[in-house]
Write a protein that binds this ligand. Structure first.
Ligand SMILES: *Cc1c(COP(=O)(O)O)cnc(C)c1O
Length: 386
């Protein structure tokens, strides 16, 4: 539960938002590995910074409040957060993953947890009946992303959570693309939310970080134990950067989403564009479900150009929008999922889930939308094969 009724206030004052000892309006960067003890067994709440650090704790309290969960945990990357959460599983267990799950989540399951005899099945979380049929006795958890990258496939989180709980599965939602500003999975029935805070929460493409929030004390104890045991914690300075980023999440997201909506409409009406994937467009198959569970369609858009446009020329012709992995920063970025973000997914699976070689993903920044659209327009024009 949040102490504030409105998230724009919680973003700034939530969690532990200042320093009780000095009155500093920002939580200091407690750059220390260890803490003096007043006597044997007499600690002042901290003993070692892998176990606990006041700057990291402030961030953890903040994300727990924003996601309306019981406890939050900060990790050195989104993948470290996801790995810690998947470490709840035991040998012999199976995880269901939605078909467009983040490439790194797929990779850690297919190439790391696989060695530990924890297996996965790619499930269609957009179809409740098909999904339920994939729940075999060994399935213990599901990982959902909505919208899922790169086709922005929308999953009805409440529906999948309800079915999953009937079968005692742990429901894990990667909320990186929406952030708690646009969507709160724990309120839709999820047990655990994970984030690559590298993206919108950090917001400035200058920190790699991961977060997890759980909905029960029992899960909080387990994740705290795993976090301390495996040690992939977020350092104090990076925790400070994230707190700083989160303060402006609301204003950034408002601009990001407004720009994305304009960009999606521009692309949809462009003669060179074959398909646009964006759940903020009423024509998108995920529009209605997304509207039910999220504030709006979010920021991420994917699109395909018609065959008479050369996408290599398109990428090389962009002057403002940068070709780069990642998303969620103030600057606009494009990427080529099949050779970049989703290259770790085998080609046959990519083809099956619709990640074509012509697909372009756009992370709309907060620049002036006229400059973003003009750049896309001139790069599309330059890429036409005459
Ligand atoms: C980037 C990303 C991750 C991985 O996070 P890192 O911070 O890069 O480790 C996980 N899930 C989604 C949806 C992402 O976009």
């Amino acid at each position: 539960m949040s102490q504030f009724e409105h998230i724009n206030t919680a973003l700034i004052h939530g969690g532990i938002s200042n320093d009780a000892r000095t009155g500093a309006v920002n939580v200091p960067i407690y750059q220390t590995s260890t803490y003096q003890q007043d006597g044997l067994g007499k600690m002042r709440g901290y003993e070692y910074s892998r176990t606990g650090n006041p700057t990291r704790e402030a961030l953890e309290a903040l994300i727990a409040e924003l996601e309306e969960g019981v406890a939050g945990f900060a990790f050195a990357s989104g993948m470290a957060a996801i790995t810690a959460v998947l470490s709840l599983l035991h040998a012999g267990d199976r995880v269901l993953i939605s078909s467009n799950v983040y490439g790194g989540t797929f990779r850690v399951l297919a190439k790391v947890f696989d060695h530990l005899n924890i297996s996965y099945t790619i499930a269609d979380t957009t179809d409740a009946a098909k999904y339920e049929a994939d729940i075999t006795d060994d399935v213990k958890a599901v990982v959902i992303e909505s919208p899922a990258n790169p086709l922005m496939t929308v999953t009805d989180i409440r529906e999948i959570a309800d079915i999953s709980h009937k079968h005692n599965l742990l429901v894990i939602v990667d909320n990186t693309f929406m952030t708690p500003y646009l969507q709160k999975p724990l309120k839709l029935g999820a047990d655990i939310v994970v984030h690559s805070a590298t993206k919108y929460l950090g917001g400035h493409s200058d920190v790699v970080a991961g977060l997890a929030v759980v909905n029960s004390k029992e899960l909080a104890e387990k994740i705290a134990f795993i976090q301390n045991s495996t040690g992939g914690v977020l350092p104090p300075f990076d925790s400070f950067l994230l707190i700083r980023g989160i303060k402006t999440l609301g204003v950034r997201m408002d601009r990001h989403v407004a720009n994305a909506q304009r960009a999606a409409e521009f692309l949809q009406n462009h003669k060179a564009v074959k398909n646009v994937y964006y759940p903020g467009l009423p024509s998108d198959p995920g529009f209605a479900v997304n509207q039910k569970q999220a504030k709006n369609g979010g920021v991420m858009i994917s699109f395909e150009l018609h065959d008479n446009y050369n996408i290599e020329t398109f990428f090389e012709s962009l002057k403002l929008v940068m070709l780069a992995e990642s998303l969620g920063g103030v600057e606009s970025l494009v990427c080529h999922p099949s050779t970049m973000t989703h290259a770790s997914i085998p080609a046959d699976i990519r083809a099956k889930v619709g990640i074509t070689d012509g697909l372009i993903r756009l992370s709309t920044g907060i620049e002036d939308i006229r400059d973003i659209l003009a750049d896309l327009d001139q790069a599309i024009a330059a890429s036409e094969v005459k």
